[in-house]
Design a protein around this ligand. Structure first.
Ligand code: NAD
Length: 318
């Protein structure tokens, strides 16, 4: 890994701030350039404020630091995206194509571009979405990710640009707050429990959705970027599975440790989005091609989330 130079775009986000630290640990701080449109006081060194809508800003950093791998995480997510559909399309597409073009022209050896379970839509059986299920997304975010998957394949077929991708389920972690997705509830619910507050959930109690604990999501990302090129048989994006959970299942697990914790259900437009997503993901391809296997279940995730958040809030309140 010694000679690799990494650029993370969208390093301040829910996934970005945790992945950035993991990459710094693997590659060395001096070899990982973090970037976001907003400044970040926690990443003082090796941080560059860049707007991924501006091709030249990405190109300058890639040239200056002889970048060999780009992790492009910046995007407008599902729930937020529905408020500004055209802007979401414009941003998600332009940022992605800027990254792919810079990578192609400057011969960056690998690019990571995350996709999402939002690529599946109404016509997919809610029960289990397979690798080859129809992509019929119901949100502009899902449409942008499905288009992105086709662009990845195009750049690989036409230019041999090695873009790798995972269709992440909703990511749950204590380190960072989610940024406007449909599964944000699965992080917020733990914060409310630790703060002894009632949680108002925007989904129905029995809406099962695919979720993944942060450590598993990070490990999957690092693993897919490390496997030999020839092992990758999916040049769009790999289905990635871990847990399949509903709000009531998470609430019940929390109540084992916080018996007085209460949840009220008051649905909004996010329930409509969730209703178009699969409740389960079949990730056989990932298991076969790179031995993917998740490690965390609901019980382990809940214990970790509650313990870590308890420590975090204690520190803040002292
Ligand atoms: N978090 C999840 O549950 C989840 C699930 C599926 C897929 N994903 C995908 O993973 C990626 C990261 O998700 P996240 O949850 O960390 O998102 P996030 O919204 O928390 O973070 C996105 C980051 O991108 C930055 N950004 C926005 N516009 C930018 C611009 N013009 N230039 C540079 N930076 C800009 C934002 O400031 C933010 O820090 C996204 O592509 C998302 O679609 C996330």
């Amino acid at each position: 890994m010694g000679r690799d130079k990494i650029l993370v775009i969208g390093a301040n986000g829910q996934l970005g701030c945790v992945l950035s630290v993991a990459l710094q640990e693997s590659f060395g701080k001096e070899n990982v350039i973090l970037s976001d449109i907003k400044p970040n006081p926690f990443f003082e060194s090796h941080f560059k404020q860049i707007d991924a809508m501006d091709y030249n800003q990405i190109e300058d950093v890639v040239k200056k630091h002889s970048i060999t791998q780009i992790y492009h995480l910046a995007a407008i997510l599902s729930a937020k995206g529905e408020r500004y559909p055209l802007r979401t399309w414009e941003l998600n597409m332009k940022m992605m194509l800027n990254v792919f073009e810079v990578a192609r022209k400057l011969r960056v050896s690998k690019v990571f571009f995350p996709s999402s379970i939002a690529v599946f839509g109404k016509n997919v059986a809610r029960s289990k979405a397979t690798q080859s299920s129809l992509l019929n997304p119901a949100t502009v975010y899902g449409i942008s990710k499905a288009a992105g998957e086709n662009w990845m394949k195009y750049y690989f077929d036409q230019y041999r640009l090695d873009v790798r991708s995972l269709r992440y389920p909703g990511i749950v972690g204590y380190e960072s707050m989610p940024g406007g997705g449909t599964t944000d509830y699965a992080v917020e619910i733990y914060h409310s429990a630790v703060k002894n507050e009632k949680y108002i959930c925007c989904l129905n109690p029995d809406t099962k959705l695919p979720l993944i604990y942060m450590d598993d999501a990070i490990r999957a990302t690092i693993e897919i970027m490390q496997i030999p090129k020839d092992n990758i048989s999916v040049r769009t994006s790999y289905n990635l599975a871990s847990m399949s959970l509903s709000p009531i299942e998470i609430a019940t697990e929390i109540q084992k440790l916080y018996p007085s914790f209460k949840v009220e259900y008051s649905t909004d437009h996010r329930q409509d989005i969730a209703a178009t997503w699969p409740s389960e993901i079949d990730d056989q391809k990932a298991r076969k091609d790179w031995n993917w296997q998740s490690k965390y279940d609901l019980n382990q995730m809940t214990k970790l989330m509650l313990n870590q958040l308890k420590k975090k809030y204690k520190k803040i309140n002292n």
